[in-house]
Structure formats: structure tokens, C-alpha cells
Ligand binder design. Sequence first.
Ligand SMILES: [Zn+2]
Length: 123
Amino acid sequence: MSSNMQIPKTCQYCGKAYIARTTVTKYCTADCSKKAYKAHKRQEKVQSTIEQEIKGDKALQPTNSINPNSIALKDYLSVNEASKLIGVSRWTIQRMIKKGQLNAVPFGNKHIVKRSQIESLFI
Ligand SMILES: [Zn+2]
């Protein structure tokens, strides 16, 4: 009886109607079964990549360039960071320091600008 079973089914991969010999068959051919398995694996991979990207978003950010978010959290900025914060060249910041328009404290050969100094320019 079992070897003579003929169950009309629809292939879950290609959608073709076929005659299955067992109740557990899902695909018309071994080929469809293989392809469906591969498609499923690929789907799993895509899904996990998406999840990783959502989770690891911060880890993927480049570390060698100045992260604008970290500048936003700093109270004391180098001339370079201050210029990035406002979106001007660092020469502009240095010129403003020279003219006394911007208070900066010399630290070695660097000038450090307090964040509130920059913010007070806009008040
Ligand atoms: Zn098929």
C-alpha cells in the first residue's frame, strides 16, 4: 500500500501540480527541494544580516574620522572639532580666536575652545 500511494499535491517551490508518493513530500522533484532549501537558507542569511546591521549599527561606524556625534557630547573642543561642529574651516576658527571673537585656551600648541563659547556666539 505505502509504495503505491498517489497523492495529488502542489509543489511548494515551483507551484506545479504533481503526484506525491509520500505524505511528507513538499516538492515535485529533488531539484525543487534543493532549490527551496537554498532559497530558505539565503532568506535566513539576509534576515540575520539585517538584524546584525540594526544591532551593530554603532560598531560599523568608522573610527578613524571624527564622529560628529561625539563632538556634540564634548564640552571642550579642539579648533578642528570646533570647526566641524559649526561647519566652517579651522582657519576661520583660528582667525576668530586671534581677533578675540572666540575665547580659546592654549594647551601646548593647541587651542581648546569651550563649547559654551561657541554656543554664546549664537545667542
Ligand atoms: Zn517543483
